[in-house]
Design a protein around this ligand. Sequence first.
Ligand code: HEC
Length: 193
Amino acid sequence: MSEFIVIFVSIYPYLRTPVLMNYMRFYISIVASIIFIAGILGSCKKKDEAEGIDKQLLDMAQSSSGYTWYKNDASLLDKSPGSGHNYPFLRTRFDQIASTMLDSNGKITDSITFPEGSFIVKELYSDGSTLARYAILYKQSNSSYADAKGWIWGYINADGTVAVTAEEKGQQCISCHSQDGNIDYMLMNKYFP
Ligand code: HEC
């Protein structure tokens, strides 16, 4: 430490020459701008990218093996008039646990309640080949993110950013999904009979 003080004191008179002062100011302002811009970029990234529960839902949704498609059909459907999801095409799949509640036609059996662990993913497409977003329902009654019926609501973009965090507990989703004709919140049967 004392070495630095000695060096500083000995170069101080030179630092004060106008040319050096200007050079230092210029240098310091460039460094400060870089730190500032990096800070802004860093915080944006943090805000949008899926973390915690959203990241967990994203990872689960991205794996596609072991699922059954609604009506046993993987083709894209035109979104229904009742859809709150602003993408033109969709298709919905049910994991091994959830698919035990599908009938032989791949439709949700009337009046059932999905068992613990059920994972249901609606894929939303912005055009005929571009997957844009996952809408997810995951039954985990003991999770602190679950709603009163035990469902966690995920809404995550395919690029890994969050559309609506599961921490909101489906506030923007539940009233629409509680409409007449829902089966344990599910609306596929009503709109794609
Ligand atoms: C204004 C009504 C509305 C809102 C709000 C809404 N949804 Fe939906 N959702 C639908 C309809 C209708 C369907 C049936 C398929 C379709 O047409 O999109 C559906 C289908 C789904 C499905 C497929 C399973 C099924 O059978 O319902 C999931 C998962 C889903 N929505 C999740 C969500 C999440 C998560 C949110 C909130 C971020 C949300 N929804 C908000 C209307 C809505």
